[in-house]
Design a protein around this ligand. Structure first.
Ligand SMILES: [Zn+2]
Length: 254
């Protein structure tokens, strides 16, 4: 599988994706927001969009399904749990499903928390695993829970994703890395990896691996003494779940 990230550089810092089969030149468009831009990228690469994949039901991820389908005839696939919210779905996806794109495929993972219906897609490109993370896991951050989500559930999901191999490339639905590194440094000022990456990326889109996330993402560093020191609201002996929830609350108001 080939992953083509399309950073939109719009007000929401969306990143749209094409997942392409090199053999058949078929592609899946993930959460297309700028339909013309995604189709332009597909055309430039000789790809035909045959599937539209939604990670979750939010309008800025699933709201352009009909427009994309009208131009391509592609099948619309979304989480089964979002079926009551979204219209015009051709296939409902649940944890463990394989979604074929040409001669290749990605696997569906249920990742509730940002919304309860959220799913992610796991695949392999250039010999390394990748995760299409939607709004669940961002560069140096995690999704908010204020629009249909549940923070304790997100904690369980992020803990599960934290078990993926270091080499896993993380492809989030928005490019919030630069801002999130600022949050990391606000709760862990001594985080040298976050400081180094903030300087190195120079505002350009940059996609991390899970191994890098373990160094720069506070929500995957719940045992860090430095983070605990900067969360005075924590009770003594607070467990990692409590640290996660305190960080999520802190990030909401940051
Ligand atoms: Zn969302």
């Amino acid at each position: 599988m080939q992953v083509v990230p399309i950073p939109l550089r719009n007000a929401y810092d969306h990143v749209n994706y094409l997942l392409a089969c090199a053999e058949t030149r078929e592609a899946a468009a993930v959460d297309p927001y700028d339909v013309e831009r995604v189709l332009g990228e597909a055309k430039a690469r000789g790809l035909s969009v045959t599937a539209i994949l939604n990670t979750h039901e939010h309008w800025d991820h699933a709201g352009k399904n009909a427009a994309m389908k009208a131009q391509t005839g592609a099948a619309v696939m979304a989480p089964r749990a979002a079926a009551g919210t979204l219209e015009g779905l051709d296939r409902l996806l649940v944890d463990g499903d394989a979604v074929a794109v040409g001669a290749e495929s990605v696997t569906v993972r249920a990742v509730p928390g940002h919304t309860m219906a959220s799913i992610a897609f796991l695949g392999e490109a250039d010999g390394a695993p990748f995760l299409i993370a939607g709004d669940t896991l961002f560069g140096a951050g995690v999704g908010n829970c204020g629009y249909g989500g549940h923070a304790p559930t997100l904690y369980e999901t992020i803990t599960m994703l934290g078990g993926l191999p270091d080499a896993t490339r993380v492809y989030p639905g928005h490019d919030y890395l630069k801002r999130n590194l600022g949050f990391t440094l606000s709760v862990e000022p001594g985080n040298a990896a976050a400081l180094a990456l903030a300087e190195r990326m120079e505002g350009k889109p940059y996609f991390t691996t899970l191994g890098e996330e373990r160094g720069i993402n506070s929500f995957l560093r719940l045992g860090s003494p430095g983070i605990r020191e900067n969360l005075p609201e924590l009770a003594e002996g607070a467990d990692e779940r409590a640290v996660f929830l305190a960080l999520r609350k802190r990030r909401d108001h940051w």
